[in-house]
Design a protein around this ligand. Structure first.
Ligand code: UD2
Length: 307
């Protein structure tokens, strides 16, 4: 962390000062009116048109923030890595210190991707599994350990991302916050009863009919490393306690994450621009797709398709 040289910091501070004089004055009456930009607990919701990227970067640059990202690529999912990593280089925190962690059981299949200065690709071996549900859910345990063993006190923020996805446009400093959740593209206009939470009281992920703010993605979440550590640890413990009682939440760790975010409100929400799904038709509120899940043939890539 804080690796930038003095010349870089000076240039950055100068550009921040210049920018301070140049950008358009914010209006108190103009802005997005087709979507909410703040939640009832006063967390901002980030959409295109709600922020000035250059201004935000000029605020964060002098702080020399560092960002880790985790991506799991187990079994046949290694085939998604090249496009994921190459597009991350084009759009994900460009110009900032980034550590990209790839967790895989097939390190020999990790492509060589040229990383820009200040950005590092780190490959870690994880066991394979013949259940996709386990691969997906076990991410919480690995993220918890990663933070404990090497990120805490070294890295400021972390984002945990699905690999079968591509970046198409900027994902940057506007997304930084203590606890950050992405509103799921499949449910962003749904009523409570339409949100696909775990509903069985036997599970620790259970949400009652009168609970829930939004349905959040398991495929992208993040925040300050300490906050994400608590989230990962809690979801892992609840998932494991459920498993001991032979219950697995409907959407594994995503269901537990949703329960966690209900009890511990995210401090920043990212609109579905930050994890769209290519198979979902675009909605008028989505002016930019920044990151999206590609259409995949589950039968070809999952170790256990039929379950
Ligand atoms: C959703 C969520 C996902 C997870 C899952 C429920 C989104 C966009 N995706 O996606 O995050 O919550 O539901 O468990 O919110 N993986 C492998 N190898 C495998 C299987 C999975 O590496 O054999 C990893 C990989 O990083 C993948 C992720 O786990 O992106 C999630 O698995 P998925 O994409 O198959 O799950 P999906 O599409 O149901």
């Amino acid at each position: 962390m804080h690796l930038m040289n003095t010349k870089h910091v000076t240039v950055t501070l100068l550009s921040a000062l210049l920018l301070g004089q140049r950008y358009e004055k914010p209006s108190v009456v103009k802005g997005r009116t087709d979507v909410i930009t703040v939640t009832p607990w006063l967390a901002p919701v980030i959409w295109e048109g709600t922020f000035n990227p250059a201004l935000l970067d000029s605020i964060y640059k002098p702080q020399n923030v560092s960002i880790a990202a985790t991506v799991f690529s187990v079994g046949k999912y290694t085939k998604f890595l090249k496009d994921f990593l190459e597009t991350a280089e084009q759009h994900f925190f460009v110009g900032f210190n980034v550590r990209m962690y790839v967790f895989t059981d097939r390190p020999e299949e990790v492509p060589q991707v040229k990383m820009a200065a200040g950005r590092e690709l780190i490959v870690r071996l994880v066991p394979s599994s013949n259940r996709w549900q386990e691969i997906s859910a076990r991410r919480m345990e690995i993220i918890q350990k990663l933070i404990e063993e090497e990120l805490v006190d070294q890295i400021d923020y972390i984002f945990c991302l699905d690999v079968d996805s591509l970046f198409h446009a900027r994902w940057g400093t506007e997304s930084l916050g203590e606890l950050v959740a992405v509103i799921h593209p499949g449910y962003f206009k749904s009523e409570r009863r339409g949100l696909d939470y775990e509903r069985r009281p036997a599970s620790r992920a259970c949400m009652a009919a009168d609970e829930g703010d939004f349905y959040y993605c398991g495929g992208a979440f993040g925040g300050a490393v300490k906050d994400v550590h608590l989230l990962a640890k809690t979801c892992r413990e609840n998932f494991e306690a459920d498993a001991k009682e032979n219950i697995e939440a409907i959407w594994q760790e995503e269901s537990h994450l949703n329960r966690y975010m209900w009890l511990n409100k995210p401090s920043k929400l990212l609109s579905p621009e930050y994890l769209w799904q290519d198979m979902v038709p675009r909605e008028p509120e989505i002016r930019v797709v920044r990151f999206s899940g590609i259409i995949k043939n589950y039968q070809d890539i999952r170790p256990n398709f039929s379950e």
